[in-house]
Design a protein around this ligand. Structure first.
Ligand SMILES: Nc1ncnc2c1ncn2[C@@H]1O[C@H](COP(=O)(O)OP(=O)(O)OP(=O)(O)O)[C@@H](O)[C@H]1O
Ligand SMILES: [Mg+2]
Length: 419
């Protein structure tokens, strides 16, 4: 398991439950992964040789790459040269995420439903375009990776222009029409030929309650999404997922791994906001606690090109994840705060706390950055899952801890709305 976030802890946790697993490793891991894997703190995801060395030393059979950075830099290509199997896109396919310019062009040339967009490399034509929009709501997106902080939606030129100018100093950008609707995250798992669609999720990107504040890496998630009914799921498959995988294999970009479809469900149907070439964080947490099947034979099928016929069993219970973040996140983050209360949650069957930015020092569990923990709960229904998650959150504390209090509330309001 390459990485050290909540997504990686959830994957290591799920892998460790596998029947045919001798040992799960987490490189570099965090203060939670040690509970289900052997940590490899010497592994640096940005220095590929440290990954290969650890694989050889520990006779690791396969690497599951969690975060987007090493994928964009070609870690899967490097490991292939070292004859080390890995799950994740090669550098070329990773551009679906690492270059929004490449990704948008892929969507357009393959007729995939997505927002209208213009690409800019210079500030003056960008500014002219924004001014000519006369207050129309627009979305400016940095093309390269930005850890969830490269997108601004606004109808005010005085917001959009400085944001875009800053991007254009080092990168190109897209200006997209603003799509009205509600968001859903769909994940495909593929072996490069065949694919399986996982249950729909929603993540909560905005920092504060009521979807206010700046975009973050994600402050929570729910799975499944009550209003994604079978009809809509079929439409998403027919209009977006199937044509995407067909286009990937047509263009020789098919890969063994996860593809994230960031969708806006508009009045005209599902439209692609973006692709991510990896599992989402914190969507992985809610998907994996609901997966009843052993993930190991599934990932072996992914790595070996034998995913066809694979069936995945899912829990009926919905899941909710509430992210606990440090003071100042996402603009800044402090660290070194002792974390209290996790031991009181040990006995809670349907609650799992996935670590992200944590480490241990002199036996104390400390925060080391933005998103610290993902408190994840299952429940007989969404009400119970939400209640269980927040009861667990109430038992955990660290100085400056911040979290959204409304994860799942919109879904509940919709569920309970008079028919
Ligand atoms: N065309 C659009 N219309 C309306 N909202 C949009 C549009 N494009 C993006 N957004 C909003 O901005 C958010 C971030 O955009 P996008 O997913 O493209 O960027 P990202 O930074 O790559 O996100 P992530 O961190 O999830 O990978 C979306 O989740 C959505 O809320
Ligand atoms: Mg993205």
């Amino acid at each position: 398991m390459l990485g050290s976030g909540g997504r990686e802890h959830a994957l290591a946790w799920k892998l460790a439950q596998g029947k045919r697993v001798e040992q799960v490793f987490a490189g570099p891991g965090n203060a939670g992964t040690g509970g289900c894997a052997r940590d490899l703190p010497a592994v640096n995801p940005a220095r590929f040789e440290t990954i290969a060395d650890a694989c050889r030393l520990n006779r690791i059979d396969c690497v599951f790459v969690g975060p987007e950075g090493p994928l964009a830099d070609g870690v899967v290509d490097y490991l292939a040269e070292q004859k080390i199997p890995a799950i994740g896109p090669h550098r070329s396919a990773a551009r679906l995420e690492s270059s929004k310019s490449f990704s948008k062009a892929f969507m357009q040339r393959n007729g995939l439903p997505t927002a209208e967009a213009e690409e800019f490399a210079d500030a003056s034509s960008f500014e002219d375009f924004v001014r000519s929009a006369k207050g129309r709501r627009l979305v400016v997106k940095k093309s390269g990776l930005a850890a969830g902080k490269g997108v601004l939606e606004s109808s005010r030129a005085e917001d959009l222009i400085p944001f875009g100018r800053a991007i254009l100093q080092k990168d190109i950008l897209l200006v997209e029409e603003f799509l009205d609707g509600w968001e859903v995250s769909i994940f495909g798992l593929s072996d490069g030929k065949d694919f399986i669609v996982l249950p729909p999720c929603t993540d909560f990107k905005k920092a504060r309650d009521g979807d206010q504040g700046p975009n973050t890496g994600g402050m929570g998630s729910i799975c499944p999404v009550p209003w994604v009914d079978p009809d809509l799921m079929n439409r998403i498959r027919r209009d977006v997922v199937e044509p995407t995988y067909a286009a990937l294999s047509r263009e020789g970009l098919g890969y063994a791994g996860v593809l994230y479809f960031g969708l806006m469900i508009t009045a005209d149907g599902p439209k692609l906001l973006e692709f991510n070439a990896r599992f989402g964080d914190p969507e992985a947490q809610v998907i994996l606690v609901r997966m009843r099947s052993d993930i190991v034979p599934i990932l072996q099928g992914v790595a070996a090109g034998q995913l066809k016929e694979t069936k995945i069993e899912w829990a009926k219970e919905p899941a909710v994840c509430v992210v606990l973040a440090s003071k100042g996140y996402p603009d800044s983050s402090d660290s070194g705060r002792p974390i209290q209360g996790l031991e009181t949650l040990k006995s809670e069957g349907d609650v799992v706390v996935f670590h992200a930015a944590t480490n241990r020092k002199d036996g104390a569990l400390l925060t080391i950055g933005g998103r610290v923990l993902g408190v994840t709960a299952l429940g007989a229904n969404l009400d119970v899952a939400v209640q269980r998650a927040y009861e667990a959150v109430a038992k955990v504390s660290f100085e400056g801890m911040q979290f959204r209090k409304d994860i799942g509330q919109k879904a509940l309001a919709r569920l309970h709305a008079p028919k």
